[in-house]
Design a protein around this ligand. Sequence first.
Ligand SMILES: [Zn+2]
Ligand SMILES: [Zn+2]
Length: 723
Amino acid sequence: MQKTHSLLLNSKRPLYLWNLKVLNSINDGLFSDTLYLYSSMLRSGVHGNHFTFPMVLKACSNINSVLHGTMIHSHVHQLGFQQHVFVQTALLNMYSKCDELESSRKVFDKMPVRTVVSWNSIISAYCRCSLVDEATFLLHEMRVLGFKPSSTTFLSFLPTCVLQQGLSIKCCAYKFGLLNIREIPLANAVMKMYVKYGQVHEARSIFDLMHEKSVISWTTVIDGYVGIGNVTEAFSLFNQMRTSIRPDFIVFMSLISGCAQEGNLLVASTIHSPIVKCGFDNEDPIDNLLVRMYANCEDLVSARRVFDMAHEKSVFLWTSMIRGYTHLGYPLEALELFKTLLGTAIKPDEATVTTVLSACADLGSLNVGEEIEGYILANGLHSNLQVQTSFMRMLCKCGNLEKAKAVFERLSTKDLAAWSSMINGYAIHGMGEEALSLFHKMQKTEMIKPDAAIYTSILLACSHSGLIEDGLKFFQSMQMDFGIEPSIEHYTCLVDLLGRAGKLELALKTIKELPVKVQAKAWAPFLSACRKHSKLELGEFAARKLFDLNPGSVGNYVVMANLYAHAGKWKEAAVTRRLLDDRGLVKESGWSYIEINGSVHVFVAGDRSHYQLGDIYNKLEELNAKLLEAGYIPEADNVVHDLEKEEKEESLKVHSERLAIAFGLISTEAGTTLRIIKNLRTCDDCHSALKCISKITGRHLIVRDGQRFHHFESGSCSCKDFW
Ligand SMILES: [Zn+2]
Ligand SMILES: [Zn+2]
């Protein structure tokens, strides 16, 4: 009895048992436990040996604790393991992984004995810090001292080096007989390097020589093809891959993003079923990419199906779905989904808010946009420049330029995007002078260099405000002073400028110098200019080009029909309109939209569905009488149908924007600014009528039509009758 007791007291757990426990905890990835075990071991009076130290040092580097590492270093020192290459290499590795390169090097320099492994470790330490030249020097030194590099040596280099360095590393590896196709990780790393620099064919030739291929080998080459936009080859490899090996998560991510880039629904839909088969559906990153892929292929139904099926929806998934709706022109659906999101526990982030604001901008919904402002303020997003810029853009596009200006001025730092948005705001509102003055300020006081996008806004500002000379000057200086190659958007603005100035021959010459496939965009403003200057023959020429290049665009037929009607050629006008029917095209019906006290009212021409119908038509009657008194003469030309004159005048009076304005007038206090969004271009007659109405009622009327903004005030319009 006595004997057993003393045995228990004196029994210490032997070191080999401690080592076993430590090993188990390392294998289970329980690194903090490892360190705890180590300190228990020390407390029990047992010290580590050359098996213990590498393991506990590994634990230190895994939890990135240089503090513990240094402590163990001192134990190593006290116990006299300075000569032990295995332990010393472990120390070197620990420092390197904890980003202590200098300490790492100190250990290396003091090592009396080194092995290939210690050389590899120090080389990898330098590569990890992207000090490839130093690492190369060590490689050289290592060889001089008679050590033969292993595949691990070269593996350290490849992820960090630039192509040139990579190629010499590859040659060196080849010289040592390491780049034979059996060294799968090294071959994979070389392929990855080639892929990174777009040299997919080089990667492929290595791939084809490999006897055995890992999932990483397949993924690397497939990803390479996706990267250079060859989705077909990526898919063909993917199909080969499936016969021999189970595809992983990463290969699907790569293929889906390839399909998203491609935007080809047929190709894209083939990826979905293998994903389901491999059980990767319901993985958030995959679902997120699938939603984006379908949205890019303009298949919102499939995108929504993926979204709805996802068990757990991350904020990224929500944002991708909302963005899909916004980009494809479904702002209402985007806002609807955003409202649903607000009802969940998930918090929208900057990207979500930015996307939703752009939906508001498209819709012209100032009201919802301002609700979102509340959200921005409540969630501390107001210091985010990107959010503020899109808020500004929304205000501009919804017609509240004053507030946009205030937001812009409040910004503590303004980047190019912020300047660009404000300048664009002035441009679309026809405030050319303001746009130009801001543009000068940006360059002179802020020293910000303009880019191609800002020049599009500047040219737009010039054309919308009839600043022909300035516009032409900017078009030149953009190229001469900043080396910006004009894009089709710039050329379109140039054609528009020249067209407005009546320099149709010059505009024609500009278009003819453009590549044919982008000409369609430039012919449209040219046709409008022909209509403006009543150039029937040139207009016919432009229309023929447009009908060939862009047969689906309804607007062009309408402008041409208007041009004929304006010249009294009713028969030709009717023929042009009939072309629409023959080609199965449906003319988008005009609608106007006004927000009163937070609710939305949409009107179509001759609308008789509104609940305040009687009051609206009474107001219209009253307005019409006053218009005639004020000397307004209806321009019957604008009704393309070959109707009797009186009938034409009747239908003009009930164009959707007039109904919206009549409703706005009866629903708001005197003096309130009315904001109307119209989907199509406002006709000449409504334009004259609105100028007159602004004078009679003393109201500021802001109309965003399919072309631009019009600010009607005291009988004139900001567009100076150019639109
Ligand atoms: Zn009209
Ligand atoms: Zn106008």
